[in-house]
Design a binder for this molecule. Structure first.
Ligand SMILES: [Fe+2]
Ligand SMILES: [Fe+2]
Length: 343
C-alpha cells in the first residue's frame, strides 16, 4: 500500500428497509432541506480570491499561543511564515476530521435501519465530500497538508472500528464535529481571509443539519438500544471524551506542532523552554472572549442529550473532572439558524 494510504477495519452490518415508507416526517423534512441547500464549491466559492499566507488567517488576537513573548520577539516576516504553517496545521486537522466524517456518513447509509434516515444520511455523504474538497483546496493554496495528530487519529480509529452506528454518530458528529464546529465558528468570526470566511460559512450551514440529525434521530435510537449495547456506546463516548480532554489539558495537543516550528525556522526545544518558563511566570493559554465554548456549548450537551450519560458512567465523568454541561441552548440555536451568537 502506498505511504499515503492506510487501512482500517470496520465491522459494520448493512440493514435493508424493504418498506420504503417514511415513518418520521421530521427526518424527511431534514432530507428535503438538505436537497435544497446543496452547493457546488466550484460555483459558490470564488477561488480566484488570493490567500495571503502572512495575513490574519487565524487572527493573532485569538491565537493564544501568539501572546507568548517567544513569538512577540520574532520579526514580522518570521511571524508571517509561522502564521501560514500554523494555520495549515490547524486546518489540516479539520480536513482529516472531514474525511472521517465522509467515510462514517457512507457507513451510516448502510447501517441506519430506517429508509428516511438512509436518504438523509446519503445527503450528508455529499456534504462531507464537499467539506473535504474545500479544505483540501484551501490548504493547498496556503501551504501543505500536515499529518493527523495522534489523539485525533486515535479517536478516528475508534470510530471506524466500533460496530455500533450510534457510537460512530456520537464520536463523529457530536464529539469531533462539535470540536470542529467550535473552530469553524470562532475562526470565521475572526479571520482576515475572505476566501476562508466564505467557505466556512457554507460548511457551517451544512453542519447545522448534521447536528439536527443527532437531535431528531440519535436520541431515540440510543434509547431503543439493548441495555448491553447502550452501555458499550456510553463507554465509547466516555473514552473518546477522555482522550479529547487529555489532549486539551496536556502537551498531547502539541503533537505535530514541532514540524510547524521547524518549517517556520524555530527550534522546538527553544520553544518548549520558553513556554515552560513563561507558564511558570504566570502566562495562561486562555480562550479569547467572544469565542464559542465548544465543550460547554456544543459537545457535552450533545452527549447528555443523546442519553449517553447514565448513572453508571456519570461518576467516571465526574472523577475525570469533565463537567457535564447539559444546557442545549447553543446547540439548538445552531440547529435553527446555522450560527450561534458568541457568548
Ligand atoms: Fe463536515
Ligand atoms: Fe458534518
Amino acid at each position: 500500500m502506498p505511504k499515503d494510504r492506510e487501512l482500517m477495519h470496520s465491522p459494520i452490518e448493512a440493514v435493508w428497509d424493504w418498506s420504503y415508507l417514511i415513518g418520521q416526517a421530521k427526518l424527511e423534512q431534514l432530507y428535503a432541506k438538505a436537497k435544497q441547500a446543496q452547493w457546488n464549491a466550484d460555483v459558490a466559492i470564488d477561488w480566484t480570491v488570493p490567500v495571503d499566507p502572512g495575513g490574519k488567517l487565524l487572527d493573532a488576537e485569538r491565537v493564544a499561543i501568539l501572546k507568548l513573548d517567544f513569538f512577540k520577539r520574532s520579526s514580522p516576516t518570521k511571524l508571517e511564515t509561522f502564521n501560514a504553517h500554523h494555520s495549515a496545521w490547524i486546518l489540516s486537522q479539520l480536513l482529516h476530521g472531514e474525511q472521517g466524517a465522509l467515510m462514517v456518513a457512507g457507513e451510516l447509509v448502510a447501517q441506519v435501519p430506517d429508509y428516511e434516515a438512509k436518504l438523509y444520511v446519503a445527503s450528508q455523504v455529499m456534504d462531507e465530500a464537499r467539506h473535504v474538497e474545500v479544505f483540501a483546496r484551501y490548504i493547498r493554496k496556503l501551504d501543505k497538508i500536515y499529518p493527523a495528530q495522534k489523539t485525533l487519529k486515535s479517536i478516528l480509529t475508534d470510530i471506524i472500528e466500533t460496530r455500533h452506528w450510534q457510537a460512530k454518530t456520537v464520536g463523529m458528529q457530536v464529539i469531533l464535529e462539535g470540536l470542529a464546529l467550535g473552530t469553524f465558528i470562532n475562526v470565521r468570526a475572526a479571520t482576515g481571509c475572505n476566501l476562508l470566511r466564505s467557505l466556512l460559512g457554507y460548511v457551517t450551514s451544512d453542519e447545522a443539519r448534521h447536528v439536527a440529525f443527532g437531535n431528531l434521530y440519535l436520541t431515540d435510537e440510543v434509547a431503543a438500544l439493548h441495555p448491553d449495547d447502550r452501555a458499550e456506546v456510553e463507554d465509547f463516548a466516555f473514552s473518546a471524551m477522555s482522550k479529547l480532554v487529555a489532549m486539551r489539558r496536556g502537551m498531547e495537543g502539541m503533537d505535530g506542532f514541532d514540524q510547524v516550528l521547524i518549517d517556520s525556522g524555530y527550534d522546538p526545544p527553544d520553544f518548549l523552554k520558553a513556554l515552560h518558563s513563561e507558564i511558570a511566570a504566570g502566562f495562561k493559554l486562555t480562550t479569547p472572549p467572544g469565542s464559542v465554548h465548544t465543550m460547554k456549548g456544543l459537545i457535552l450537551p450533545g452527549i447528555v442529550r443523546a442519553g449517553l450519560v447514565s448513572d453508571r458512567v456519570r461518576a467516571r465523568y465526574e472523577s475525570s473532572g469533565i463537567k457535564l454541561f447539559s444546557d442545549t441552548a447553543v446547540l439548538e440555536q445552531f440547529e435553527r439558524t446555522g450560527d450561534v451568537a458568541a457568548s
